[in-house]
Structures are given as C-alpha cells and as structure tokens.
Write a protein that binds this ligand. Structure first.
Ligand code: PLP
Length: 384
C-alpha cells in the first residue's frame, strides 16, 4: 500500500488521551484533566435548541451562518470590547473555534510558511498549522513572567518565511491573560514585519482580574488580525459545535470559501441556541463565571498550601502549578498521581517544551471534588 499523508502521519496523537485511557479503567478518579465545563448548557439555551427542533429548523443555513446570530456576535464585540466588525462581510459562524482556527490557517498560509506560536499552548495550535501546510515555530513563555508573551523572543524567531503569530488569551493551559501592553507590542511587531495575527479568544468571558482585551480592537491590529471565539466555554456549549470568526472582509471572504465547500454551515439548531445565548443568557454566564472564580480561589490556595508553587491564573479555568519541588518530571508526576491517588491531571509537556515542570489542572470541577483533589495531592507530596 502507498504511504498515507506524511504530515499527518508525523504528528503524534494528543498527549492528553493516554491519561484518559488509564483513568477510564480506574474507580473513584477525580478528573482535573478535561478542558470542559462541568455545567450543563443553561436551560434557556437548551430550550431554544429544543424549540428550534420542534419548529423544524433542521435544514442548512446560509453558509456564513444565520444573519441574526452574526449581528448579535458583532454587536457583542462592539459593546464589550469596542471591536467593530460588519456582520455581513466580516463575521462567519463556524463549527466551533476548532473550525475557525483551521479555516484561518488555511487561508493565511502557503506551504512552508511559518507561524510563531508562544507555548505552552492549546494542543491543537501546532498540529493545525502543520495540517494547513505551514511550519509551527514555538517560542517559550515562562512562569516567572506569569506566562506573558516575550515579544523580544517572538521577534528573534521571525524569519523571511514567517507569516503569522498565533496566540490564545486567556490561555489554555496556563490561565494567563496577556496584558494590554504585551498585546500592543505584539501588534507593533506584526506591523514592523508585516505579519498576520490569529487570536483565539474562546475564554474571553472567563477573566477574573480585570477585563479582556480583544486583539481586533488594539490600534493597528484590525486589518491583519483574525479573532476566534465561541460558545463552548462561557456558555457551556461544547457539544453544540458552534463558534465564530471575525476578520477584515478579504480574509473573512476566503474563510467563507473554504467553509462553504468543506462544512457548508454550522448546525442550524446550535445556531438558534447561540442566538438565545447571546440574547438572554447573560445572567447564566455571570453565575458560572462567579462560580469558576470561587473554585479558582479555593483550588489555587489549596495547591499552594499543599506545597506547590502556582502562578495566579487570571483567566480560563486552569491552574498550571510547578511540580519541580517534587523532584519528579511532569509525566511521572501525573502518572503516579493518577495511579496512587486517583487524581487525573495533564503533564505540562503536552502543551509544549516550556510546560516541563508543570501540570495542568482544570478547576471546572465541583468544589467538594476540588477540595478532595487538593487533599490527595497533599498526601501524594508528603509521601514522596
Ligand atoms: N481553543 C482553546 C484554547 C481551547 O481550549 C479549546 C477547547 O478546549 C478550543 C479552542 C476548542 O473550541 P471549540 O469547542 O469552540 O471548537
């Protein structure tokens, strides 16, 4: 048989999966492993989905998505962040941020072009660059800097082949929120070297110390930036598969071209539910965000009391403590913690080399379980 695609063959499966496989065979596991809300989608959103089905909204929508939904997305970006996008030509409803990321990379890249990706980062960034024919170039960030992007290091990584910089803020796995001055410096760098910017803002609503800055609203950024967002996290809608992309019209138009041939449209029922999410679900979102914040405080305090250094996670729902004091590497720590104390976490190395010495713990888990997890981590550390 002829070999299968060499780019895809060369990319290993996600490192998170191995831990799920072990955890699935154990009883009484507290999982801090998944990056998914433990909340069910708020009832009013589910009801809108049910009602959409009852009324027979089971067809395709227009390729770009329901006009009402695009209007609401752009109105939300304008009112919340002063980011201005035309719903008719600059906004596209996607099958989650996952699809938006893939579309944007395919549209921005020619084969062999490089994308700078500050890491540790979301597991899909670098593989998606490769799937789009590009070459990901990781640039480390450091716990000592609160995982802020080192703009000088990014600039040092620029080559004649560099086409774009891909960032996520608030970040998975570190919980870091990029300060506005870092974003401004990044935009200035992109202008100097004529680079595109891709900004994954799926956790925009989950910031706990101050407000989110939308990269598309940073002066100078708009014409070269693709902003990605969605409903999976703040609205607890992971399974609905709906998100959006906002970009200047020439980029959005080409994203739409790929989307119309590969995906046609995001699920109709999910788009109807997303309309409800943006129209009426603000109180539900606020309640969930407040709950994540409570869990965050308890969990981070607990980790520190158990003996782990933990940078303050200002956004998303992850803590990324250092486990260096244990003397174990992240892989061994995570595997032993799972086998000996039945707590599932993800080794930081899964998210890039500079995740070494850290573990990712999702605190999108009920408070009693978080408290119990911290106790078990404490027991584990004491025994070492
Ligand atoms: N971007 C980041 C940073 C994520 O953490 C995730 C999911 O974990 C996604 C994107 C995927 O989002 P969606 O469900 O909208 O495809």
């Amino acid at each position: 048989m002829k070999p299968l695609n060499s780019t895809i063959t060369a990319i290993p499966p996600s490192g998170i999966r191995r831990f799920f496989d072990i955890a699935a065979e154990m009883d009484d596991v507290i999982s801090l492993g998944v990056g998914e809300p433990d909340f069910v989608t708020p009832w009013r959103i589910r009801e809108a989905g049910i009602y959409a089905l009852e009324r027979g909204y089971t067809t395709y929508t227009g390729n770009a998505g329901l006009p009402r939904l695009r209007e609401l997305i752009c109105a939300d970006l304008a009112s919340r962040y002063d980011a201005r996008y035309d719903p008719a030509t600059e906004c596209l409803v996607t099958t989650g941020v996952s699809e938006g990321l893939d579309l944007a990379l395919r549209v921005l890249l020619d084969p062999g072009e490089e994308v700078i990706v500050p890491e540790p980062c979301y597991v899909a960034y670098q593989p998606c660059v490769s799937f789009a024919g590009g070459t990901p170039v990781g640039v480390p960030t450091r716990a000592e800097d609160g995982f802020a992007i080192d703009v000088a290091a990014v600039e040092a990584a620029v080559t004649p082949r560099t086409k774009a910089i891909l960032i996520g803020s608030p970040a998975n796995p570190t919980g870091a929120v990029q300060p506005p001055e870092v974003l401004r410096a990044l935009v200035a760098l992109a202008e100097r070297h004529d680079l595109y910017l891709l900004s994954d803002e799926i956790y925009d609503r989950l910031t706990y110390d101050g407000t989110h800055t939308c990269l598309g609203a940073v002066p100078g950024a708009r014409e070269r930036t693709v902003v990605l967002g969605g409903f999976s996290k703040a609205q607890a809608m992971t399974g609905w598969r709906v998100g959006w992309l906002a970009a200047p019209a020439p980029i959005a138009e080409l994203c739409l071209r790929v989307h119309q041939y590969t995906m046609l449209c995001a699920p109709h029922v999910s788009q109807m539910a997303a309309v409800e999410a943006l129209s009426n679900a603000e109180p539900d979102v606020a309640e969930m965000v407040a709950d994540y914040d409570r869990r965050r405080r308890v969990f981070v305090k607990g980790l520190r009391e158990a003996g782990l250094e933990c940078p303050e996670p200002a956004g998303a729902f992850y803590a990324f403590p250092s486990i260096r004091s244990s003397g174990l590497d992240a892989e061994t720590f995570a595997e032993r913690l799972l086998r000996e104390e039945s707590v599932a976490v993800v080794p930081g190395t899964v998210f890039g080399p500079s995740g070494a010495g850290h573990i990712r713990c999702s605190y999108a888990t009920a408070l009693p379980q978080l408290e119990q997890a911290v106790e078990r981590i404490g027991n584990f550390l004491r025994r070492l």
